[in-house]
Structures are given as structure tokens and as C-alpha cells.
Ligand binder design. Sequence first.
Ligand SMILES: Cc1cc2nc3c(=O)[nH]c(=O)nc-3n(C[C@H](O)[C@H](O)[C@H](O)COP(=O)(O)OP(=O)(O)OC[C@H]3O[C@@H](n4cnc5c(N)ncnc54)[C@H](O)[C@@H]3O)c2cc1C
Length: 415
Amino acid sequence: MNPTYPSSIEEYRQKIRSFLSENLPDDWQGIGAVPSAERTVWTENWRATLRDNQLLAPNWPSEYGGAGLTHLEHVVLNEEFAARGVPTAGSNDAFSISMVGNTILHWGTEEQKQHYIPRILDGDDIWCQGYSEPNAGSDLANLGCKAELDGDEWILNGQKIWTSAGQTANKIFVLARTDPEAAKHKGISFLLVDVEQPGVEVRPITNIVGQDHFCEVFFDDARCPKENVLGGTNNGWAVGNTLLGFERGVGATTQYLSFRAHVEQFIDMAKEAGKTDDPLVRQDIAKFHTKSEIMRIRGMQTLTRFLAGKEPGPESSINKLFWSHFQLEMTESAMNVLGPESLVHFGEESRGGLGPPAIGSANSPANWMASFLIARPGTIYAGTSEVQRNIIGERVLGLPREPRADGGPWKDSHS
Ligand SMILES: Cc1cc2nc3c(=O)[nH]c(=O)nc-3n(C[C@H](O)[C@H](O)[C@H](O)COP(=O)(O)OP(=O)(O)OC[C@H]3O[C@@H](n4cnc5c(N)ncnc54)[C@H](O)[C@@H]3O)c2cc1C
């Protein structure tokens, strides 16, 4: 089952193919094949090419530097980029464009849009996400990082944690408590804060793969102007949730492509290890192929929703639960196929960030080991599996809600 797109969309596909042929080197094999030491610079240059061609934020209106693409054109663009293994944006753009950029376009004043949107596209402002705290993760509304008004400025005190790419960002969007007397979801504001100031300290945390993927961020009398609230004071819960909706984005429709490429790598690796006669390995290959097909069909369901003018909705929790466990399962099976070889860091390790490896990455035991380790937090970030199951139970299947203890003012539960 393959969707057929209208001819105008297929024409757009040809335009994207020509753009890629004109701008990628002739021997291009995918971003994973660019040597790790050169990848950051390559990606920065590629980001500039995308910006110059209005393809960095393709669905943004053209007056804000986007291309004003329809959902279907955007999907086709993602399909073509994924097929060539080329990134659709720079390394912090999941935060800068998909999350805060879209949220500024949704909730921002015209002044905020005029100020921030060009700075995001030009790469002057590089954002990270300050939501989680040591006592606020799944129960995000429990957050205690506070912001108090002092004349024309907010003064921030408190801590954030697990801030991905915090060390490469110069801006952080912060959910902060601005009214401790209000019920916990109601006294929060969404603030736009400079990282580069004396009251902010960023400490990288090294993850299990040895990468400084995320950070702790400390605010000690940090400041931001009063007007840096997005969506109104004490309305941060609504703004913060709008942003989480953008996190799911149109990418969900083509996400299966990188998982499918990873299944292909698994098959090649099993062949090389001489294990394709093993009935258990054959069974796993069939299972992983089937699961990548299920992801493709789920992607089409999401696309159908977009085309009907609907957002991904709570059903997107099914996709999150599915891909994160699929990744756990496949990388665990890879460890079994490789056997002791998986335990020595053998071969090139060129894995970048989270999720499946970039197209073109070496099919080496070291990369499989890194994939195995990187798959572990997949069931935690962007909502843990237990939380996804609660959402599916309550909001998709309509089962009874679990008891909530969010009644009174936030300060009473913290005194
Ligand atoms: C790789 C990675 C990148 C991240 N990047 C960012 C980032 O950029 N910015 C940011 O703000 N945060 C980030 N996070 C943090 C992430 O959002 C939190 O880790 C996540 O929300 C879970 O919160 P927690 O770690 O506090 O666990 P907790 O919420 O304390 O959960 C602990 C356990 O209890 C379970 N649990 C909790 N509540 C329930 C419930 N109601 N029902 C059943 N079980 C429950 C959970 O499923 C989990 O197993 C990142 C995390 C990771 C791993």
C-alpha cells in the first residue's frame, strides 16, 4: 500500500530532487558517512544553504522567512531528504525551529515574532528547552524554578536538568513558577531567557555513550526583561503544551524511513556475521521488517489527520511507545547477533545524536553498541512509556482517569 500524491505535489518532489542534486556532492552517501570531525561544520554550512533557499522552516509563512509549504509538500520534502540521508535542519533546530519558533509564531506578539524569528533562521539565537527539574519530569507542573518581577525584569532562581544541547545554546525557554499561590498548573509562565549572562551556569552531563548530550542549568538571580513572557503571565502551561504538540510535528509521517534504514543495516550486519541461517535471527528480521511497515502505515495515518486539518493528537503516544520499544528490541537483538564482538569498541563509531543512526553511518560493532545504549533513554525523553500508556488509556481508549492530587495552591504542597 503506497499513497499516490497529486501531480502538483509530484512536481514539487522533482524540484526538491533537483535542489538536492545541485547542492550535494556527487559522491554523497548520507550525513552518517561524513567523517565525525567534519560533521558539525558540514551541517552548519548545509543549514545556511537551506536558509538561503527558504527551506529551513518550510512550513512557516514566507513573510517570516519560510516557504509557506502545505503539509503534503512538507512531507514530500522530508521524504526526499530522508531518502538522500541529508538533514532537514541544523543540530539545535529541533528546539529553535520546531519547538520555540513554531510556538512564538503561535503565541507571540508581532514584536516578538519580528525580533526572534529572523534571529532563529540566521542562527543568531540557538535555543534549548528548560522544562525538566530534579523534582519535575513526568509531573512537570510540579516545577519549582521561580521567576519574580523586579521592576522591568524577571529574576530567576532554581534549576533545570536534562537540558539537551544546553552547552551549544545561547537562549533557553524556561517554564518558571510566577505565582506560587495559584494551583500548580496555573502559576507558571513561559520565559525567553539569555544563557550568556552571569546568573546562568550550564554544566554538561556525560551520558552512557560518553557524549555530553545534556546539561544541568542553574539560575542564580538570572534576569530577563519583563516583556520576555510568551503567551501572557501565568499562561505558561498552555504555551508549554502547545510547544509539546509541535515536538510531534510533521516529521512523524516520515519517521519510519530512518528506522527502515536501520533494519536494512541489521540485515547486512547479520549477513556479515554469517547468522542469516539461524532461525531466531530470521524470525527477528521478519519481525523488524513488519514493525517498520507498521510504522510506515502509522505515518500515513498521521498524514491523513494532517490533511484533514487535525493535529497529531493523543494517538501520537502510540507512535512514541512503538518506536522507542522497537529500537530497544532491535538493538538488543543486534548485540546477540554480534556476540562478544559487540563488547569491544570495534570499528568506526560515528553515531551522532539520539534515535536511529544517520543514513550512511558505518555498520560497525561500535556503532551498534552506541545504538544499543542510545536506545535506552528513548523510553524516557519526550514522555516515558508509562506516561504514554496513561495517555493512550485515558485519552485514546477513554478508560477512567488515574487519581490526580493537583487541587490546592502549589506552595501548600511545598511548605
Ligand atoms: C536523552 C534525554 C534528553 C532529554 N532532554 C530534555 C530537554 O532538552 N529538556 C527538558 O526539559 N527535559 C529533557 N529530558 C527530561 C525528560 O523530559 C524527563 O526525563 C522525563 O519527562 C521523565 O521525567 P523524570 O526523568 O523526572 O522521571 P520521573 O517522572 O521521575 O519518572 C520516574 C519513573 O516513574 C514513572 N512514572 C512517573 N509518573 C507516572 C505515572 N503518573 N504513572 C505511571 N508511572 C509514572 C516514569 O514512567 C518513570 O519510570 C530529557 C531526558 C532524556 C533521557
